[in-house]
Structures are given as C-alpha cells and as structure tokens.
Design a binder for this molecule. Structure first.
Ligand SMILES: NC(=O)C1=CN([C@@H]2O[C@H](COP(=O)(O)OP(=O)(O)OC[C@H]3O[C@@H](n4cnc5c(N)ncnc54)[C@H](OP(=O)(O)O)[C@@H]3O)[C@@H](O)[C@H]2O)C=CC1
Ligand SMILES: N[C@@H](CC=O)C(=O)O
Length: 350
C-alpha cells in the first residue's frame, strides 16, 4: 500500500532564542523525520525576534541561514518578503502558518506577550504550541476553550519539566485518578546553582554555568527568586488539579540569600538544599508554595542528581514520580516536537 505524500505543516516561531534555535537546528534532521513519519512536512514560514529582526516567507525560510544570521548578531529582515513586520502580534496575524510555536520570555505576573500572541493565533485558526509557562499559569482554561471553538489545539508540554511528559502523563495515562497534590524540583537553574555550590563552586560561577547552558531565564532573577517555579506550580495546579491559582498568590521564597556555607551546613545534617515546589488541596482551595528546603539524602527528589523531578500524589495510584536527568535546551525543544506530533496525528485522523 503506498503512503500519501506528507502534507506541509507551516510553522511560525515567535521567539528564536535558546529553545527556538535548538528546535530549528534539529528540525531538518531527527525532528523532521519524526514529523514526516506522521504525515507532516514541517516548514518554517515566519520567525520573530526582539533584537534580530523578523522574517516571513510563504515558501519557507532557509533555517541554516537564519541561524547563522542570528548567531552572528545580524538581522532576519534580510530573509523577509513583503511589507515590514511591525510587531510580534503583526507577524502572528499575517503569517502563512498552521501552528504558532510560542517561545517568548517568561513574564511571571502577566503571562504577556504570550497570552495575546496565543489568542491572536487561535482566533485565526492556528494551533498553538508553547514552552512558556506564563500563558499556561495565567490563561490555560481560556486559551483551551478558544482553541476548541476554532477546532485547533493549545499544547504546552514544555511548560513544566521541559520535554518530560507531565501534562500528557496525567491526561493520557492516569484516567479517573484525582491529583491530590504534588512536590517537585521544577526549576533547573536553582537546582544547578545549589548543586554547583555543593561541588565547591561559588553562587555566581554556578549561575553562569546554568546561563551558558541556556537553561536560565532571560532575567535570571525569575529563577533565583522562585518565580519560574511558582509559575510552573500554578500551571500544574490549574491544569491537573482544577485550581485557579495565580503566581502572585504563591507563598514564594527563592535562593538569593543562600551561599556555600548554607549548603555545607545542610550537608552536615545529612541533607541537600533544593528549591521545592509543593501543592496540596485544602478544602476546596489548592495551596501552592515554593521555597528552599533541606531534603534528606535518599529522598526521591534528590536521589539521582536530577535537574527536575515531580512526585504526584493521587487517589487511585498513590504516589507516582517522574524524573528528568541533567541535560540541556534540547529537552525543551523535544517538547515542541512532541506537541507537533500530536497535532500531525490529529490532522491525519480527520
Ligand atoms: N531555556 C530553557 O531551558 C527553557 C525555556 N522555557 C521557556 O521557553 C521560552 C523561551 O525560552 P528561551 O528560548 O530560553 O528564551 P530566550 O530568552 O533565549 O529567547 C527568547 C526569544 O524571544 C524574543 N523576544 C524577547 N522579548 C520578546 C517580546 N516582547 N516579543 C516577542 N519576542 C520576544 C527574543 O528576541 P532576541 O532573540 O532578539 O533576544 C528571543 O528570540 C521561555 O518562556 C522559557 O521560560 C521552558 C523550558 C526550558
Ligand atoms: N529557567 C527555567 C527553564 C525552564 O523552564 C529553569 O531553570 O528551569
């Protein structure tokens, strides 16, 4: 039996930073192969950046050239066809695309500009895939309803624990189970800073390592002050526990005041310091907190030197945990691929 030729899957990228560029590097190779196996031929038709210009080309942009230009500090404008792009919203409104891949920086207290970009895309019938936890924590239910009204998907597997399946795990593999609470290490940067100090580095050197690896936020205070973990915890609580919590309401402490002496003191007590996110049901409400805790050696949160861990407490399956080994930005780029595969499979079924 002959297979039908893959149908184009046109992608508009809002944000071409650590994650967007890694995704673009892998798209011509393994990611493209995975999508074509699902009947979709990916083509990037639009890219927006803040400081490196923007480009739209309905025939498909030359990705290798786009990567070279941005890495050399040049502008994508050189690849653009048509009237100039005035803003990210302008690009989303007119990109010849099937999917908006939203990868703009985190804005912990508002979720913007990601929410407006997602709304504009869904409103004109584009699927939206994002690794940005802001729109998930602040507006997931609204965006999912808008997507459903327009017959498209709002997918966000990369918003928590990178490409490790968390939302998909609960939605697809734990039918009927109620999530009663969770605890986890949701922020890689703080895990790396604390682990780095355990290994003898200074706070600043350990943070610089996380920045070089591309895992710190554009503004690393969002990691260090616990905002990133708080936004992720809200995204989980709202999506998995039916809560309606906003990051500003999270009881939040970061790791900015901690130094090598605190890490050593914890070690002396047979524990390691980690930034732990927690959620638990409290009557009809869900309480969410983020703060540094001494975690005993051997606890599942720290037993294997993970970058990220999530332990879910459920009614029907008791505790279930998922673990992400130390890695890089490719783990987040993989989340984009897995959401695109879900979209490609959906198109095939229609
Ligand atoms: N890095 C990681 O390991 C992970 C990141 N994430 C999330 O993925 C998203 C992208 O992360 P990452 O690639 O590391 O971020 P970067 O800061 O590396 O890249 C952000 C991109 O967005 C562009 N940009 C900046 N401000 C705006 C704006 N106001 N409107 C439109 N575009 C803008 C930047 O432009 P310019 O290139 O000109 O600076 C850049 O291209 C974030 O929301 C982050 O929280 C999630 C999981 C892991
Ligand atoms: N800055 C974040 C990146 C992923 O969301 C982190 O350190 O975990």
């Amino acid at each position: 039996m002959s297979r039908a030729a893959p149908r184009p899957l046109r992608l508009a990228l809002a944000g071409f930073g650590n994650v967007g560029r890694t995704f673009a590097e892998l798209l011509p190779g393994p990611y493209g192969r995975a999508l074509r196996a699902e009947g979709a031929a990916p083509v990037v038709t639009a890219i927006f950046t803040n400081r490196h210009g923007a480009a739209i080309d309905p025939r498909g942009l030359p990705l290798r050239r786009a990567l070279r230009l941005v890495r050399a500090g040049g502008s994508l404008d050189a690849l653009h066809r048509g009237p100039p792009v005035a803003s990210a919203l302008d690009l989303v409104r007119r990109a010849p695309a099937d999917v908006l891949v939203e990868l703009t920086p985190l804005a912990p207290t508002t979720g913007e500009p990601a929410i407006s970009l997602a709304r504009a895309a869904l409103g004109r019938g584009l699927h939206v895939v994002t690794a940005n936890k802001g729109p998930v924590a602040h507006a997931r239910a609204r965006l999912a309803r808008l997507a459903a009204r327009n017959g498209v998907r709002f997918l966000h597997e990369g918003a928590v624990l990178d490409g490790t399946p968390v939302f998909n795990l609960v939605e697809r593999c734990l039918p009927g189970a109620r999530i009663l609470g969770f605890r986890g290490l949701l922020n890689s940067t703080t895990t790396r800073v604390l682990a780095g100090m355990e290994a003898g580095a200074s706070f600043e050197a350990a943070l610089a390592d996380a920045q070089r690896a591309g895992v710190a936020e554009a503004d690393p205070r969002h990691d260090l002050e616990g905002w990133d973990a708080a936004v992720k915890a809200c995204a989980l609580a709202n999506a998995l526990m039916g809560a309606d919590v906003r990051p500003a309401a999270v009881e939040r402490r970061g790791i900015t005041g901690l130094g090598p002496e605190d890490v050593r003191a914890a070690r002396g007590r047979g524990a390691v310091l980690r930034l732990v996110a927690r959620a638990r049901r409290d009557g009809r409400a869900v309480r969410v907190s983020v703060g540094p805790e001494e975690v005993a050696d051997g606890d599942v949160l720290v037993s294997r030197g993970a970058d990220g861990v999530l332990v879910l407490e459920t009614d029907l399956m008791r505790e279930i945990g998922i673990w992400e080994g130390a890695g890089g930005v490719d783990q987040t780029a993989y989340a984009i691929l897995s959401d695109l595969v879900a979209i490609a499979r959906g198109r095939r079924r229609r």
